[in-house]
Design a protein around this ligand. Structure first.
Ligand code: SAH
Ligand code: SF4
Length: 338
């Protein structure tokens, strides 16, 4: 798919043609301009040639059928991965990538091992959500079409560090949020960062208050910098200070993600130390089970329980993330293309 030239191709047409074209792609999710019957045959052919809508992808569906991974091949041959998670309550969340690979090299993350190939354009980010809207449209039978909600939530938790591609990510967020197009509420859009302070600061000055998540993974700089090299550049106290400023400005809660890794960060003393820094209004912890990426092991069930019990006792608000799609390498941290 390439709609980068849409405005140019329609430049000689009346203005409302561009609105119609955008609605067709970003709201009605057509997959070929032939479906845009309100355009002349000539214009449809021209658009198919110059702004093709076909998305080049491979799809994997998990055994439980509640998650679907798509690997999309981009114009330069690089590939990006994106996952659809279908929740029992009817929500459809898409986890999108913001970059191909990631330069930050967190030790537990498969994407980090790839290094950075390049950042994605705004259109390449929204293409991932378009893909799953088309997919859902196809699999939801026409007799229940009235119930079609398409993609209801978007999280920037796929490949890449969103705040190292700030402008394109925010442009994509604006398009997701636009009621004329995807119409996804800001409260249903989340950005997860490894703690890029400039990004947190910039976000706090945006009018769009999406959900912010910080990849924490350790309660102190010594351990965190071993797991996440970026901690040396952006140490924990400075990240937390930026988060506090963000909360002051936005009054939004912030989620801290903590992947439980056996014998690395899952000890009772880690939980107690975590509680000392998470003990603030509007902070909450999201515990994530480690998904296998070749190094480290996941915490045992007993250890996870002990960890949770300590947080509970110390009155820390926390949730534990449901694990989607680990059988198709579609779970957090398992995204990887070559
Ligand atoms: N770069 C951003 C967003 C993408 S990563 C960030 O790091 O926040 C999305 C989430 O998956 C992050 O919280 C990340 O730390 C987590 N993650 C990475 N590797 C993982 C693994 N092996 N198991 C479970 N979660 C992992
Ligand atoms: Fe990059 Fe996030 Fe993976 Fe770290 S966890 S390497 S920041 S994608």
């Amino acid at each position: 798919m390439n709609i980068d030239n849409l405005e140019k191709v329609l430049a000689t047409e009346p203005k409302y043609r561009l609105t119609q074209a955008k609605e067709a792609v970003l709201k009605n999710f057509i997959s070929n301009w032939a479906e845009a019957t309100f355009f002349t045959k000539e214009l449809r052919d021209k658009l198919n040639k110059e702004c093709p809508l076909e998305i080049n992808s491979d799809v994997l569906v998990s055994k439980k059928e509640d998650s679907v991974k798509a690997r999309i091949t981009l114009h330069d041959g690089l590939q990006t991965e994106t996952v659809l998670m279908r929740h029992e309550d009817g929500r459809n969340t898409v986890c999108v990538s913001s970059q191909v690979g990631c330069p930050l090299g967190c030790l537990f993350c498969a994407t980090g091992k790839m290094g950075l190939k390049r950042s994605l354009t705004t259109n390449e980010i929204i293409e991932q959500v378009i893909f799953f809207n088309r997919y859902l449209k196809k699999i939801i039978p026409s007799e229940v079409e009235g119930l079609f909600h398409g993609v209801t939530n978007v999280t920037f938790m796929g490949m890449g560090e969103p705040f190292l591609n700030y402008n394109n990510v925010l442009d994509a967020v604006r398009i997701f949020n636009d009621y004329k197009y995807f119409n996804i509420g800001v409260r249903s859009i989340s950005i997860s960062t490894a703690g890029i302070i400039e990004g947190i600061e910039k976000l706090s000055n945006e009018k769009l208050h999406v959900n912010l998540a910080i990849s924490l993974h350790a309660p102190n700089d010594k351990l965190r910098s071993e797991l996440m090299p970026i901690d040396k550049k952006y140490p924990l106290p400075k990240v937390l200070k930026a988060v506090d400023e963000y909360i002051k400005k936005t009054n939004r809660k912030v989620m801290f993600e903590y992947v439980l890794i056996k014998d690395v960060n899952d000890l009772p003393e880690n939980a107690r130390e975590l509680a000392t820094i998470m003990n603030k209004k509007l902070y909450f912890v999201n515990l994530i089970l480690y998904n296998d990426t070749g190094i480290y092991e996941a915490s045992t069930t007993q250890r996870v329980k002990e960890f949770r019990d300590i947080l509970e006792k110390l009155k820390i608000r926390y949730t534990q993330r449901y694990r989607f799609g680990d059988d198709i390498s579609a779970a957090c941290g398992q995204f990887k293309t070559t």
